[in-house]
Design a protein around this ligand. Structure first.
Ligand SMILES: Nc1ncnc2c1ncn2[C@@H]1O[C@H](COP(=O)(O)OP(=O)(O)O)[C@@H](O)[C@H]1O
Ligand SMILES: [Mg+2]
Length: 413
């Protein structure tokens, strides 16, 4: 049996735990999933430690029972509303021992050097991810390990987050007896789950439209180029319906998911739906066209805000592979076509690829992040992360894999 890996996605709408077995270097088999509605999370950030701790415990419990294993370490998603990615350069002199060859030590020093950015006292560095390396005069290098030269330079992305947000999230996970192996940006994880290697190579933007946040990640030349997020997503669509049609949130959510559309021009003006959920068995008839008009306005805002972030990222070149939409709200009827018309780029919905052990019900784009966390654990790319609050401990975390991510309960056989 291969090593077990665990992932925990703490979203605004749902909290999801997943345990997978590494069949080989590239293949995963999911052996346990647990999902519970999220509590105590707003805009991707923990606002109630007790509630989140309990919800994580339930999701983890479900996954552990299904997998017959105990989670000891997990990759945990970090959502983007307050996360920032700052491009930064770092350098390291290549030591002569006796020849000057880049080792993991130089890579780590260059990345650490890039992390020396001015930070307000209430923020901390969570990850340092290389975009590309340069050895002496040769740039655009992806894997500098083993190259000869005098000077290693890295063009890196330094990911920072509010210290309190990181501390609270880590606290909720630890309270369940689980150590955070690494905090991974939600957009990065979602991208790894739904993008093809070609898309990552060409240039693509992932829009993970969840409940409380729309996380945006740009990939270029196979690496994460930028990440950002906007605090507008599915919950706002539901709220607009609740307010616009004067109904409780639960009924609005149901109406949105079952009959929602974001392109009113494709919904006939005489189409109506009758729904209940108003107490005392009352039912009401609602114009589906009106529903679509309400949703269209907010969907356009979500797209515009996300696109503004893409434009502001500094990568104003073309995105040949366009946009891949994922997250639960990407399932909203007409959203892909609306995005295509509004952004004028190719758009597709990123469904999850087939994964051993992952049944059809889990292949919704809502599970992109949790699957992407598992994918990230298998990606042996050099990077530095600071899983623990305070950022004093760093782990380079690649090539030297820990052997015990998850403890099996059953004897191996
Ligand atoms: N079939 C659907 N059509 C439209 N919206 C949906 C559908 N399924 C889920 N959603 C919306 O997706 C959002 C949750 O997405 P998800 O990615 O699970 O969120 P998060 O990662 O923030 O927890 C909710 O706002 C929900 O209303
Ligand atoms: Mg999410």
């Amino acid at each position: 049996m291969g090593d077990l890996i665990a992932a925990l996605d703490v979203g605004t709408s749902k909290i999801c735990a997943m345990i997978a077995e590494m069949v080989d270097e590239e293949t995963l088999a999911v052996i346990g999933v647990g999902v519970v509605p999220s509590r105590g999370v707003r805009r991707g950030t923990v606002v109630n430690v007790q509630e989140v701790t309990a919800a994580i415990g339930e999701a983890v419990g479900q996954a552990e029972r299904a997998a017959d294993a105990r989670i000891v370490n997990a990759y945990v998603s970090l959502s983007g509303a307050y996360v920032e990615a700052v491009p930064s350069r770092g350098v390291a002199t290549i030591a002569s021992r006796p020849i000057r060859t880049v080792t993991e030590d130089e890579i780590r020093r260059a990345l650490e050097n890039a992390s020396a950015i001015a930070l307000p006292p209430n923020r901390q560095v969570v990850q340092i991810l290389p975009r590309s390396f340069k050895v002496d005069d040769q740039d655009g290098i992806r894997e500098p390990l083993g190259m000869d030269g005098f000077r290693l330079e890295v063009d890196a992305l330094v990911i920072t987050a509010p210290t309190v947000a990181v501390q609270n999230l880590v606290k909720c996970v630890r309270a369940n007896g689980i150590e955070v192996t690494e905090l991974v940006l939600q957009g990065l994880a979602s991208g790894l789950a739904v993008l093809t290697p070609e898309e990552q190579e060409l240039g693509v933007a992932v829009l993970d439209v969840g409940g409380g946040t729309t996380d945006v990640a740009l990939f270029l030349e196979g690496e994460l180029w930028h990440v950002t997020a906007t605090p507008v997503a599915g919950h706002h669509l539901t709220q607009d319906v609740a307010i616009g049609l004067r109904m409780p949130l639960s009924a609005a959510e149901d109406l949105k998911v079952r009959y929602g559309h974001v392109q009113p021009q494709w919904v006939s003006t005489d189409e109506t739906v009758t729904i209940g959920g108003f107490g005392s068995g009352e039912r009401r008839t609602i114009s589906r066209h009106l529903l679509a008009q309400i949703l269209e306005a907010r969907a356009e805002e979500i797209l515009d805000m996300a696109w503004k972030e893409v434009k502001a990222s500094g990568y104003d070149g073309l995105l040949p592979a366009g946009v891949v939409m994922t997250g639960g709200s990407a399932q909203l009827a007409g959203f892909r076509d609306l995005a295509r018309e509004r952004l004028q780029v190719p758009v597709r919905v990123g469904m999850l690829p087939e994964i051993q052990g992952l049944s059809e019900e889990w292949r919704s784009p809502a599970f992109a992040t949790v699957v992407g966390l598992l994918r990230w654990s298998m990606r042996h790319a050099p990077h530095i992360s600071f899983p623990h609050a305070g950022g004093s401990q760093s782990s380079t975390g690649w090539r030297s894999r820990l052997s015990e991510w998850v403890r099996r309960l059953l004897p191996e056989g």
